[in-house]
Design a protein around this ligand. Sequence first.
Ligand SMILES: Cc1cc2nc3c(=O)[nH]c(=O)nc-3n(C[C@H](O)[C@H](O)[C@H](O)COP(=O)(O)OP(=O)(O)OC[C@H]3O[C@@H](n4cnc5c(N)ncnc54)[C@H](O)[C@@H]3O)c2cc1C
Length: 415
Amino acid sequence: MTAFARNPDVAIVGAGVAGLSAAQSLKTAGLQPLVLEAANHTGGRCVTDTRTFSVPFDRGCSWLHSAAINPLARLAEQNCKTIHKTPWTWSRVMAKGQDLTHSQVAEYRRYQQAMWREINRQGTQPTDKVIADILPDGLWKDTARHSIAQMLSADADMTSAKDTFNYSDAEGDWMVEGGLGCFLQSLHREVEVCCNSPVTEVDYTGKRVKVTTPSGTIEADHVILTVSAAVLTAGHIRFVPGLPIEKRTAAENLPNGLLNKIGIEFAPAWHGASEGEMMDYHSGDTEFCSICFGMFGSGLATGFVAGRFADQLEKDGPEAATEYCLEALRAFFGNTITKHICKTDETAWRKNPFTIGSYSYAKPGHSDARMTLAEPIQEKIFFAGEATSSEAYSTVHGAFLSGRASAEAILKLQS
Ligand SMILES: Cc1cc2nc3c(=O)[nH]c(=O)nc-3n(C[C@H](O)[C@H](O)[C@H](O)COP(=O)(O)OP(=O)(O)OC[C@H]3O[C@@H](n4cnc5c(N)ncnc54)[C@H](O)[C@@H]3O)c2cc1C
């Protein structure tokens, strides 16, 4: 018994941006893809919540990073009425009770720039280094290092300088009005997706690949797997035969870190901070959050907690991350600030069984695991998703390009 009307040419596991872009490319070339998605919605980690607040809240990705070289930024220019290009920078920083002066905030910013320059410089060396071991000395070292977890989703003592160097960075962090999740969904509106269809088994023993879900089994010439490396490692999908050891090792060396977001909506009358303003709050050696104000020029602020601290807050239970951001806001604006807050909500990406964390980081010494993970098996199973991108991992455009690359590799086999 199967709920699926037909066998596709290509089965795609996961309707995140990688799966959707792969399906779109195959469809445009005349093939019949079928996208199987475990969750009840498409988009995966690129999802806009339009219900909770009076403005859209991107629960996963918000920014089109490296806009100058980002293909999705080009599509946004063609398809979106309003793009928010305001650069984000620190307006205030609080470090262990000390409210930094204007000139100290400028020093903090300069230290951050020097820190990333040094990480990238060390990333060119033949031997990979643990980021925590190569941070330049300076007054702001112990506070600014928290930004590493915000960017890479894991703390400085867990992350690789070479992987950071491999990332292609460029000017511009853009937001699209209406939310990035909604934008990506509209770009892929013609792709058919079977939601609530978790793939439990991929059997590639025969000429065609058998893909099993609780609603039935389909057969396809090729499969594109786009699930996060953490989902692959968790063993939610059984492979027959089992995945080669090098593939399993690669996935284990690209664990998902954690970045959680806290939406905080202010009453319209509150004008304490505006679009582009960012405030960092460090209350201890490991406790840290950043808050970005005026998302889409509105009263919505977004708090960010990352790394081990974010995992601890998720374990502490619902509202723990929100409470920490409220503590930061009270420190910046005084206790009466809470009177101006209408609504809050927070994400819990580690508990999400379909992602198990926010995005991948390479363990030190394992930046080449991304290439190994991206390698197809026997021209039957192809791998896409942010973790497979060596230059744009952890981003929505990296996922998008990886999906396209898998589709192109399959199309090449057909020609
Ligand atoms: C909090 C947060 C903030 C971020 N901020 C940014 C940002 O500002 N800019 C940026 O560029 N990137 C950002 N990212 C990263 C970006 O969202 C991801 O890199 C990208 O969306 C990943 O897409 P993907 O297709 O590789 O994976 P996913 O989106 O995870 O897609 C995989 C899909 O597979 C599904 N799936 C899992 N298991 C199964 C199964 N057994 N069967 C079928 N389907 C399954 C999942 O439900 C999911 O839909 C952020 C991520 C998070 C979490």
